[in-house]
Design a protein around this ligand. Sequence first.
Ligand SMILES: *Cc1c(COP(=O)(O)O)cnc(C)c1O
Length: 487
Amino acid sequence: MTPVDAAETARLSEAIEAILRALEVFNRFQGPDLAGRQKSVWQSTLDRPVPQRGAGLDKVLDELTETIIPHGLRVGEPGFSGWMAVAPTTSGTAAALAGTVAGPQRWWIQPFNFLETVALRWLAELLDLPSDLQGTFTSGGSVATLVGLGAARQKALERHGVDPARDGLPPHIRCRIYASEEVHHVVIRAAGVLGLGRRSVASLPADRGQRMDLTELRKALETDRAKGVTPVALVASAGTVNTGAIDPIEEMVELAAEFETWLHVDGAYGLFGKLDPRIAPLYAGLEKADSLVVDPHKWLAAPVGCGAAFVRNRALLGRAFTTEPADYLEGAAWTGEVSSPFDHFGELYHNFNVEQSAPSRGVQVWAVLREIGVEGLRERIVRHNDFARHLASRVKEDRHLELLAEPTLSICCFRYRRPDLGEAELQELNAEIARRLRAEGEYVPSTTRVAGRFAIRPAYINPRTTIAEVDGLADRVREIGDSLVSR
Ligand SMILES: *Cc1c(COP(=O)(O)O)cnc(C)c1O
């Protein structure tokens, strides 16, 4: 029989089995990570002109198993603690594959639509959010930030009788978003995308604990009020990406109310930290936020491409991201008795968001939470926060290590030091230590700056990490530092 299409549409189990072995080997993270050193090898195999004639499924599977997967990204490795990257655990991976095959759109009456709703409600329940904070999944924290601040912009300008989503921004209204200098740079980009301009974000000094300085915030708000500037939002970070510091949410909620503006909480990384009872009090006021962001693809270790925004007023969100009516959609489904999945679009997530077609992220979050429950997640969060505290205490005990920020959540910023070295030399030395750690590959943290000082920055969100890797990193930083200094 002649196939109807050049692409294979069957042989799924054969294809999965073919890559499965390679994936299992990959997930053991054995031997050195050669992806960087051997990049010319795999790049030369992959870098071809577009094929005029297809090579067929078997060739694709060969290249996946032999060239691509073995050189894949090893952020799941137990010693990896860099940036905010993590590999998914098994249930989320299985759910993502299931969604790709059996739920390729989140629309219509089917479980992959319904699980968006269920998983968003579960997230709201575990974070103890009030029911009027309604969620929508996004591709990550960047888009979730855009969604939250898009609602804030709508609210701020509707007060002036302007619909910014419909008419754009009038030139006579000057807008400002208020954040600390520690805010994630996607907040600033969101201001650019929303037409407010990146420079409309006031980057206010943080206090000594890297938290928003409330005196500076009030001063900026008052100065701007006197100049007739419209406040669009205050942004509180609930776990900054640099040090994990949590801004004073409760006080910022009060300031937002006083200045009649919006409070947005960026908890992309740190919102799940609320599950740790030792830290939960720092999230006081969260339930009064107007919008907030959390990334299941970080601490929940869902597959990447899974963020969520919760916004207080869904009608407002609908106005901020409305699409013009389209003939191919209107009347294409009806609201009477459902006798086909296609009789109804299900919950219309694309009306509160910037994405039209999208995978179901709900099924991934559902899978992880169904598997481990809130208690399993809490146990992970507490363990990782303990890792940061354990590392901090080791650093404090060692006169050749220096703690640069007391951990709030699961990030510990520290550096190697020698009393006879100046700031510039310490920076150079620690950058070299970090470079060597990456080259060795056993312990891979990232780096940042804390109050201008160069820091080695492990961030523990990786479910595969154990205390042995935490101690291993401290030992190795010490050893590499000692050997560099002695030369
Ligand atoms: C990761 C992160 C973001 C950006 O989210 P993406 O999912 O990478 O787009 C924003 N804010 C904070 C605090 C983050 O940690």
